[in-house]
Design a protein around this ligand. Structure first.
Ligand SMILES: CC(C)(COP(=O)(O)OP(=O)(O)OC[C@H]1O[C@@H](n2cnc3c(N)ncnc32)[C@H](O)[C@@H]1OP(=O)(O)O)[C@@H](O)C(=O)NCCC(=O)NCCS
Length: 180
């Protein structure tokens, strides 16, 4: 597979075990940049690259989630997708995670990663697919921009605080399509 190029010429490719550390660092850095004022400070300061590394190494090695990375002179973003959990009214697939390093946001990398993840779900017959996003997270407007339709709401807990989450759904892959 040659990979898929974003507008920023980041190459989107499946993650391998060597990407686990970069993925862990991106997870911690993007959470700490995106979620102050949304999630409790204790949750953000308690994040650990070591723990995330152990988690993502297992996820990348396992079969439950497919992880893609955006590579642009190093890994600058990642997405994870798989069977929706729990299933919501006919939605079969889910993009669980999508994070781009703060200084590489706005270059088209998120759109490219998301398209590749949805394309993988479509190939696995896991469409329609959805994403859950914190209602307070401005990233939800990114999903609206990519054509996501509101599919549901739920309350979840992060730390000990309840948070409202909104689901956006897609029945088809938004363009550009994935040549992988
Ligand atoms: C949300 C995120 C994944 C978007 O990735 P990105 O690479 O910055 O976005 P892109 O450059 O691919 O943007 C694609 C389109 O969405 C729009 N967009 C991106 N973020 C947006 C936002 N917060 N609000 C409205 N539109 C947005 C862009 O303007 C672009 O529109 P265009 O095609 O008309 O130019 C990224 O900013 C990120 O990682 N944010 C922090 C972590 C996070 O909240 N992740 C989502 C968890 S559910």
């Amino acid at each position: 597979m040659t990979g898929f190029l974003s507008r920023a010429e980041a190459r989107i490719r499946p993650a391998d075990g060597q990407d686990a550390e970069a993925v862990a660092r991106i997870f911690v850095e993007t959470w700490q940049a995106a979620y102050p004022g949304i999630l409790a400070e204790r949750v953000l300061t308690g994040l650990s690259v070591e723990r995330q590394f152990a988690y993502w190494r297992g996820v990348i090695a396992g079969r439950e989630q497919t992880v893609f990375v955006a590579d642009s002179q190093g890994v600058v973003g990642f997405a994870a997708c798989g069977v929706a959990r729990p299933r919501l009214a006919g939605y079969r697939g889910e993009v669980f995670t999508l994070y781009i390093l703060p200084d590489r946001q706005g270059e088209g990398i998120g759109r490219a990663l998301f398209s590749v993840a949805l394309t993988r779900l479509a190939k696995r017959d896991l469409m329609p697919a959805l994403v859950w996003v914190l209602a307070d997270n401005p990233a939800r407007f990114f999903y609206e921009r990519l054509g996501g339709k509101r599919a549901g709401e739920r309350d979840d807990k992060l730390g000990d605080k309840p948070h409202r989450e909104i689901a956006y759904g897609w029945s088809a892959v938004p363009t550009p399509t994935d040549p992988c």
